[in-house]
Write a protein that binds this ligand. Structure first.
Ligand SMILES: Nc1ncnc2c1ncn2[C@@H]1O[C@H](COP(=O)(O)OP(=O)(O)OP(=O)(O)O)[C@@H](O)[C@H]1O
Length: 227
């Protein structure tokens, strides 16, 4: 049976810059099922990233509610939100944000390393996930020795190593050529199909959106129901 993993109720996010108020999100109520691969699309400035940041607990709405996996994630302590981000959620951004002084495998295991596991354990977890993204033979390379597409695959491995309930991706292919972009989307599809990974991705690319199970269209901070 399908199970709702993310639910938002009347989300609003207003940015106040001096006297100027921007209603980036006006009233967004959505539900995403566990195991769904969802794309968020819409014109520039429509509120896509703002919505992803609310769902990923990287920002707080000015009004409304968010329930993730049955938890009210708005009215909990900051400590609890941090725990949730670290253990339950994974993130991939358009910039790879790898640490240049660390090898691919070290970049991936920094997260499980923080969980008091033994070195053999977190190394094994990182190896498995790097192998799954096709980088078994690049594990000991530094970011500067990897292509953009390979670096993004390291960042995907890093996002998935803790087996997050939900993977959030904000324009993950924006800096990649078309072949590497396709690789990244195919990887998402693979993790979604094979392990039922829930994925929420912002994209500008129509063909990428079409590879998802569903597109949530956003327009001027509202759901675009004409699409
Ligand atoms: N930190 C901020 N302070 C003030 N206004 C902001 C801030 N972040 C976003 N905005 C405004 O909120 C609106 C929505 O921005 P958002 O980045 O969510 O759009 P987007 O659909 O992701 O755009 P793009 O496709 O260009 O990345 C825009 O009008 C933007 O200018």
């Amino acid at each position: 049976m399908e199970r709702t993993i993310i639910k938002t109720e009347h989300l609003e996010r207003v940015y106040a810059t001096g006297a100027v108020k921007t209603y980036a999100l006006k009233d967004i109520s959505i539900e995403i099922e566990e195991g769904e691969f969802v794309a968020i699309m819409g014109k520039s400035g429509s509120g896509k990233s703002t919505l992803l940041h609310q769902l990923g607990l990287l920002d707080k709405p000015t009004k409304g509610n968010i329930i993730i996996d049955g938890n009210d994630v708005i009215n909990i302590s900051e400590k609890e939100r941090t725990r949730f981000r670290l253990h339950e959620l994974g993130y991939v951004f358009q910039s790879y944000n790898l640490i240049p002084e660390l090898t691919a495998i070290e970049n991936v295991y920094v997260t499980p390393m923080a969980r008091n596991l033994k070195k053999e354990e977190y190394e094994k977890m990182a190896e498995e996930v790097l192998t799954a993204v096709g980088l078994k033979d690049r594990m000991y390379h530094y970011p500067s020795e990897l292509s953009g597409g390979q670096q993004q695959r390291v960042s995907i491995a890093r996002a998935l190593v803790n087996k997050p309930k939900i993977l959030f991706a904000d324009e993950p292919t924006a800096n990649l050529d078309s072949a590497s972009s396709e690789d990244v989307i195919n990887l998402f599809r693979k993790f979604n199909k094979e392990i039922g990974q829930t994925i929420v991705m912002v994209t500008h690319e129509k063909d990428e959106g079409e590879k998802a199970d569903r597109i949530i269209w956003v327009k001027d901070g509202l759901l675009d129901t004409d699409k």
